[in-house]
Design a protein around this ligand. Sequence first.
Ligand code: C2E
Ligand code: MG
Ligand code: MG
Ligand code: MG
Length: 281
Amino acid sequence: RAKNAGGNTFRFHKAEMQQRVSRVLQLENALHRALRNDELLLHFQPQLQLTSNAVIGCEALIRWQHPEMGLLSPAEFIPIAEESRLILPMGDWVLQAAASQCKAWQQAGLPPIVMAVNVSALQFSQPDFAQRVDRVLQITGLDACWLEIELTESVMAEDPERVIVTIQQLHGLGVRLSIDDFGTGYSSLAYLKRFSIHKLKIDQSFVRDLMTGTHSASIAEAIISMSRSLGLSTIAEGIETQEQAQWLTGRGCDQGQGYLFSKPMPAAQFQHWFGAKSQQP
Ligand code: C2E
Ligand code: MG
Ligand code: MG
Ligand code: MG
């Protein structure tokens, strides 16, 4: 980068910025098209009871099958979707697709499991969010008890009064609620008591460093014991090794999710995997 050329540097930055803006606009346009053309899809990752290894749920994780760029992960397009508010129609699509998949598996004779769906703060703060969820349940015929909404701590930083109303409405519908990436954000412990949350998800950064002598083990242990004393269940995400699973089970963590058990899978593969697993004695 040129040091002693103020004017040029400015032009350089300007060009760079224009490039970035046009890339974002391009992706944003492509994302509009993706929503219309069915380019979005869900992968599903199993959630297991750690003591029995029984599958009790799965998490729906969005992917974008881009015609030229291939399969894109959420990190590559969720930020653009949020900035452009496309996350709202996209979030509606995810809810509908996940609920209808959950119902379809039940109808196919698989043991019923909970479907966990990620909801962004912007989506959750829509005044009619609970009605939207209710409509999806009506349309798909899924019983509310099989749907779990994963919130992040950032939701709590929005308008707390509105958040409380929405949480109560969802609770009234019989939908379950969990807090994703717990321990990484705005962790007010007060809201855990005030809000009707069912489950805390220990963030994968703590799980990853569990065995490496950092503070992560102490933090994970504190989350588990707090969760238990509040009567919530706990799930650890990002479990990759047997040692991590054993450590967590030993400290009373109820559930786990991670590559040790399975990566997220397309619907057909999940159904095959789960079907085979539920046949085992
Ligand atoms: P998340 O909800 O915390 O999801 C967990 C992420 O960890 C997923 O990444 C999953 O594939 C990955 N993961 C699972 N097990 C392991 C493991 O053992 N090791 C490692 N290293 N990673 C593991 P993914 O699918 O790329 O999703 C990233 C994030 O994108 C999600 O984090 C969530 O915040 C967001 N996201 C995904 N789908 C949706 C959606 O439908 N709506 C919204 N608003 N956000 C979504
Ligand atoms: Mg999640
Ligand atoms: Mg998470
Ligand atoms: Mg995460």
